[in-house]
Design a protein around this ligand. Sequence first.
Ligand SMILES: NC(=O)c1ccc[n+]([C@@H]2O[C@H](COP(=O)([O-])OP(=O)(O)OC[C@H]3O[C@@H](n4cnc5c(N)ncnc54)[C@H](O)[C@@H]3O)[C@@H](O)[C@H]2O)c1
Length: 219
Amino acid sequence: MRNQKSLKKFPDVKIITVVADVSNEDAVKNYVDEAVKAFGRIDGLYNNAGIEGKQASITEYDVDIFKKVIDINLMGVYYGLRYVIPVMQKQQFGRIVNVASVGGIRGVLNQMPYVASKHAVSGMTKNAALEYGKDGILTNAIAPGAILTPMVAAAFKQVNPDDPKTAETEYAQRNPTKRLGQPHEVAKVVAFLLSEENGYVSGQTIAIDGGESNIYGNS
Ligand SMILES: NC(=O)c1ccc[n+]([C@@H]2O[C@H](COP(=O)([O-])OP(=O)(O)OC[C@H]3O[C@@H](n4cnc5c(N)ncnc54)[C@H](O)[C@@H]3O)[C@@H](O)[C@H]2O)c1
């Protein structure tokens, strides 16, 4: 509902919303079909849906939750590519942004399925760029660091259920900028990558993390 209200801020733009569980292949095929029915083409795909799963060590991780993270974060992104790319091939134009994570570049303690799925997103991005660049389709991934969204707020609650704000403040101190990122700071990069302004960037996983992924050791 929050999203539908914010979309109403753009009354002159034709918008449709289609609900889909991205881990369900038929549901993804349906959202692609509905988009083509409404607009006749698809210029940009933002493959964003993802979950963190629970935080636990490798040997203690709940296998069902592990599979669920893979189904949504990996298979969901794959289904999006599988059904949108043929539409873009027909047009000989397309821009795709898959959402990986800093956890798609490095390990993150106690989040193995998330890290595995996000490394896979980065890998699928490279393959899509290789296989469909000839069709005018540029595919990139973004690797956000900690961005203040409901998912990250929930993670701080897992770290410190009694005082999530303190967990957030402590986490921010590790970042070179001493703060977390804001959603609009991610959106600006994505808007560029999805636009015709991006003419030659493809196959990259672009960190949006205030430089945090470059840290080695204590700082
Ligand atoms: N917030 C961060 O710091 C951060 C960092 C790195 C990567 N990411 C990635 O960014 C993306 C968005 O995360 P966010 O922080 O906005 O989290 P969020 O929890 O606020 O939003 C995730 C969205 O995905 C949707 N979703 C979950 N499962 C779905 C499913 N099966 N089918 C369809 N939609 C589903 C949810 O409804 C929600 O709208 C995710 O892929 C996440 O892994 C976020």
